[in-house]
Design a protein around this ligand. Structure first.
Ligand code: IMP
Length: 427
């Protein structure tokens, strides 16, 4: 299985970092294809805890090449800090490659992201404030600055001048913020240029070579299906496409070369930021999930909203990304619940039962979850390494999810540690 996409099947924060970390050990190349430092994952490796936002977690293995693909938006300061921090802990970062076509998040993108959110007030999206949306806006408007521009300071300044012509009007007139001088912005960015120069490459070509040599390539998605700009709960979404198909455009690889899609879903559901979330809980069960699951964002530290697993949304994710197998993370968090609940369908405002995710925002906003109960289990799962080790009720829960979405569950998270998993993925 030379090429596999790992994709979030819910609202992000499904635990993709840990799954990618595990599979990276068996991969020759790990390539991220969208998003930016709005993502974040925590890897617990022995006593060491690593928090990464841009660099794929494969970097912790000595032989894995890690690629930041063209579809990712990169804050050069954040990337430099991550490289420095990893090097400071003795991690060899020389296997990192950054696509020359990746767009860079500039200081004005961060300013505009935060100013727009302030202006939206109670209609705000709840973005991470990292400049992601405005950077993708500039990419589409063909006003973006790309990693390759760092290699030519003359071009960099000229592009900054053009981009800032309109940005300065916006900053000053609309948001009452100071104008930015292209020379000053360039002077801020150029020290990063020297630092990043050795990593900038034609990453689509590197992936092609790896695949032709029969190597294993893992494409790592950030966020999740329900945050996809086309298929998610628009406008409460991120500004890129987390779905698996975006691995093709975001890493520069044809769809015929991808063999498997591994979806990652939590055993329950969480969401950060604003937007509809049918199974959300505002009760003791929800608080327990937050506490036991430590549901606070790696990037912003915000408390995540928690709820029961949503099988309607999960089936939608399976369909949209062509998911062939599923990883179910954090099953251990549900130990001790008297009963566990699964959303099997929605009921619309008109009291119609629907099992397909509704395309219409108004319909979706009015949906309430139809829940089915299963008996809970009290056993601690942290020592389970095989399916047979799971208590029967936990196993029943896993089988119910797998049956409802129609794909096998090949990986189950049973604890925080790197190897606290039941792992049946073949790669
Ligand atoms: P942005 O990506 O910062 O523009 O934020 C848009 C929406 O996506 C907000 O609701 C964020 O909370 C959410 N979001 C962005 N990145 C992540 C992530 O990695 N995990 C979960 N939610 C995210």
């Amino acid at each position: 299985m030379p090429a596999i996409v790992v994709v979030g099947a819910q609202w992000g924060d499904e635990g993709k970092g840990k799954v990618v970390d595990l599979l990276a050990e068996r991969s020759d190349v790990v390539a991220r294809y969208q998003g930016g430092n709005n993502a974040g994952h925590t890897i617990v490796a022995g006593d060491e805890v690593y928090k990464l936002h841009l660099i794929p977690s494969g970097i912790l293995y000595p032989d894995t090449m890690c690629i930041i693909g063209n579809g990712v938006v990169v804050d050069p300061g954040v990337l430099c800090s991550e490289i420095t921090a990893l090097e400071g802990r003795g991690v060899d970062v020389s296997r990192l490659r950054l696509s020359g076509n990746a767009h860079l998040i500039m200081p004005y993108h961060v300013m505009l992201d935060r100013a727009t959110e302030r202006r939206l007030g109670k209609f705000s999206i709840g973005t991470t404030g990292r400049g992601i949306g405005p950077c993708y806006v500039d990419k589409a408007a063909r006003l973006g600055i790309r990693a390759q521009d760092l290699l030519d300071p003359g071009i960099l300044v000229r592009k900054l001048e053009i981009a800032l012509e309109t940005k300065n009007e916006l900053l000053e007139r609309m948001y009452d913020l100071p104008r930015l001088d292209p020379g000053v912005v360039a002077a801020e960015i150029l020290p990063h240029a020297e630092r990043l120069r050795p990593y900038i490459a034609d990453t689509a070509l590197l992936i092609d070579v790896a695949l032709r040599e029969g190597r294993h390539v893992l494409f790592e998605g950030a966020q999740g299906t329900m945050l996809d700009i086309d298929h998610g709960t628009y406008p409460f979404v991120t500004s890129s496409n987390p779905v698996a198909g975006a691995a093709c455009t975001g890493a520069g690889v044809g769809p015929t070369r991808i063999d498997q899609v591994l979806g990652v879903a939590k055993a329950y559901a969480t969401r950060v930021g604003e937007g509809p979330f049918p199974t959300e809980l505002d009760d003791e069960d929800g608080r327990r999930m937050t506490e036991r699951g430590n549901e606070f964002g790696t990037t912003t530290g915000r408390q995540r909203r928690c709820g029961w697993i949503d099988l309607v949304a999960l089936r939608y994710a399976v369909r949209l990304s062509g998911i062939t197998q599923l990883a179910l993370t954090k099953l251990d968090v549900l130990s001790g619940f008297e009963r566990v609940r699964l959303c099997v369908a929605y009921e619309t405002r008109e009291e119609e039962r629907i099992e397909e995710f509704p395309y219409n925002q108004t319909v979706f906003h009015g949906c309430r979850p139809l829940l089915e109960d299963m008996p809970g289990w009290t056993e601690d799962l942290s020592g389970c390494r095989n399916l047979e080790d799971l208590p029967p009720r936990a196993r029943g829960y896993v089988d119910a999810i797998s049956g409802a979405v129609g794909v096998p569950i090949t990986l189950i998270g049973t604890g925080q540690g790197r190897h606290q998993v039941i792992d049946r993925v073949e790669i």
